[in-house]
Design a protein around this ligand. Structure first.
Ligand SMILES: [Fe+2]
Length: 302
């Protein structure tokens, strides 16, 4: 608290501190209540933590949807969620601005086994980067645990900077200028989900993304992989998919992966420009209510 004038309202403020909890990335944040408005210093400290650690974990944050959206907007505009799923507007459980990553329908009950929305959402259990299927992909995602499933449901994160750094020089040279095609139809297609309507096919038209990205602040390079990537421009598809599978296998070695075991009230924030993540299986007969906000990116990668 040194430096704050005595008697000022700022005396009540906590000081943010971040300590790394994995050998290569991930910071655990303390000294902040994200339900309250942030000072510019708080925002700068969190942004700097994101640039360095790429995943930040906040515990014991009991927040409303409005508070989650307000916190997220400190880091940029929220992404327009349209075109990112097959849920019809009338079936949506959460307000505009919130992405529903639960297994629940509008009635608050777990979706049925045959539910097409449930089957589509199983794609979140493949390694991916959020919104890599959008022409301008996402910057940050923020996931809040409102109801934790009793069995499973961990989220895993893989550091795509460490993955890039540890490639051999020949591979780095081979992939430097490659451009991939990403679509929700590729990730879902890899699960055998192929029955898309004409309207969905139009909505899920592939977009192009560089395979190697450079972080705008740190200048670090990373692999921009995602299960949405299903082709590489100028390369026969099977050859492209073998290369993408090999790179993904390299990038998701245990030494580059952090496993987050959710506690009620956790909020985890990650940088999609330098991370992949996936959910793990859980007891789908019981609720898992996870709510995501997404901070939009500001530029295409190609
Ligand atoms: Fe995701």
């Amino acid at each position: 608290m040194a430096g704050y004038p005595k008697g000022s309202a700022r005396l009540a403020r906590m000081t943010i501190s971040i300590h790394q909890i994995h050998p290569v990335f991930v910071g655990e944040v303390s000294g902040i209540d994200i339900a309250r408005p942030l000072s510019p210093e708080d925002v700068a400290a969190i942004e700097a933590g994101m640039d360095r650690h790429a995943v930040l974990v906040f515990h014991d944050q009991k927040i409303t949807d409005e508070q989650q959206m307000a916190f997220s907007e400190s880091f940029g505009a929220l992404e327009d969620a349209r075109g990112g799923n097959i849920t019809k507007p009338e079936d949506k459980r959460l307000p505009t601005g919130m992405n529903d990553v639960s297994n629940l329908g509008r009635d608050g009950q777990p979706l049925s086994r045959e539910s097409r929305v449930r089957l589509f959402n199983l794609g979140n259990m493949l390694w991916h980067s959020d919104s890599s299927f959008r022409a301008i992909p996402a910057k940050y995602s923020l996931l809040s645990a409102r109801v934790v499933n009793p069995i499973g449901g961990n989220t895993e994160f893989a550091d795509m900077r460490a993955a890039y750094d540890t490639l051999d020089d020949a591979t780095k040279a081979q992939i430097e200028d490659l451009v991939c095609e990403h679509s929700l139809m590729y990730s879902r297609g890899s699960l055998g989900m192929l029955d898309f309507s004409d309207e969905e096919r139009a909505m899920f038209r592939p977009v192009r993304q560089r395979l190697v990205r450079t972080h705008p602040v740190t200048g670090r390079k990373s692999l921009y992989l995602s299960s949405h990537a299903g082709g590489i421009v100028g390369m026969p598809m099977p050859e492209a998919r073998i290369l993408l599978k090999d790179l993904t296998e390299h990038a998701t070695q245990p030494k580059f992966v952090y496993v987050h075991r959710w506690r009620l009230g956790d909020l985890v924030m990650w940088d999609n420009r330098q991370m992949m993540h996936r959910a793990r299986r859980y007891d789908e007969g019981q609720p898992r209510d996870m709510r995501r906000t997404t901070v939009a990116g500001t530029a295409a990668t190609v």
